[in-house]
Design a protein. Structure first.
Length: 233
């Protein structure tokens, strides 16, 4: 499905990604873990074309994506939910979904606003509220819901649980689990080790721009050295 090979990225002179390789298979949920500043968000941004990679290859459904602009990456079927969620403060919940539906015109897998409202009943209650009136949890639900309306072939999430209360994280975990069960492949960046290991089939651990561990979730859970050294858990 997604194949990232030897990706390098720089901010000015700083060599932030030093050859990152990873894969996400069909129906797979893959977590990318690592401490603050490890390069997780940079990896995701390089995949979706928000920052140019200087070297390496991103192949999605047998098509080379690197050097494609972000809107073309979206059209290729990758939905990306950024760390900051990107909700417009003066646009209603309904309108957010409407905009996303319009952008997904022509995709046969396109879903409806009702699909999102069934997944997140709380959003249905707030459909006429503005983005700026939503709680952090509701904004995250909207960001994920908006990403799902295209019926993406891959969902990329950057720290969906960040800043959310434990009870909200629990309900988010159930929704992501449902999305996973429907067979949508997910690439998940998380600081929340428990959420990541609950959802992911496989895990990559990143530190200082290099992949230090790659394996099944149970292999990570069993590997105390990797957990202590790179994740402090
Ligand atoms: N726009 C930027 N300009 C310069 N340096 C940056 C920029 N964005 C990130 N960096 C640096 O690149 C490195 C990797 O950042 P990145 O955001 O990918 O880390 P991360 O793993 O997502 O961390 P976090 O868990 O804090 O979100 C860090 O050292 C960071 O300071
Ligand atoms: Mg980040």
């Amino acid at each position: 499905m997604l194949e990232v090979k030897d990706l390098h990225a720089y901010y000015g002179d700083s060599h932030v990604l030093q050859g990152v390789s990873l894969e996400v298979g069909a129906s797979e949920c893959v977590a990318l873990l690592g401490r603050n500043g490890a390069g997780k968000s940079t990896t995701l941004k390089s995949i979706v074309g928000l920052i140019p990679s200087r070297r390496g290859k991103v192949v999605f459904k047998n098509r080379q994506l690197d050097r494609l602009p972000t809107h073309r990456v979206a059209r290729a079927g990758i939905a990306y939910v950024p760390e900051d969620r990107g909700i417009f403060p003066t646009v209603t919940v309904d309108e957010h979904l409407g905009i996303a539906l319009k952008a997904a015109r022509g995709r046969s897998s396109r879903r409806t606003a009702d699909y999102v409202y069934q997944l997140f009943p709380r959003l249905a209650e707030r459909r006429r509220n503005l983005g700026g009136q939503l709680s952090g949890g509701e904004q995250q639900m909207l960001a994920i819901g908006r990403a799902l309306v295209s019926g993406p072939d891959l969902l990329i999430l950057d720290e969906p649980s960040e800043g959310l209360a434990p009870v909200i994280i629990d309900s988010l975990a159930e929704v992501l689990n449902a999305i996973k069960s429907e067979g949508t492949p997910i690439l998940l960046v998380e600081q929340n080790y428990h959420l990541a290991t609950y959802l992911a089939h496989r895990v990559y651990v990143l530190s200082q721009g290099l992949i230090r561990f790659s394996g099944t979730t149970s292999a990570l859970i069993a590997d105390e050295t990797v957990r202590r050294t790179y994740l402090s858990v």
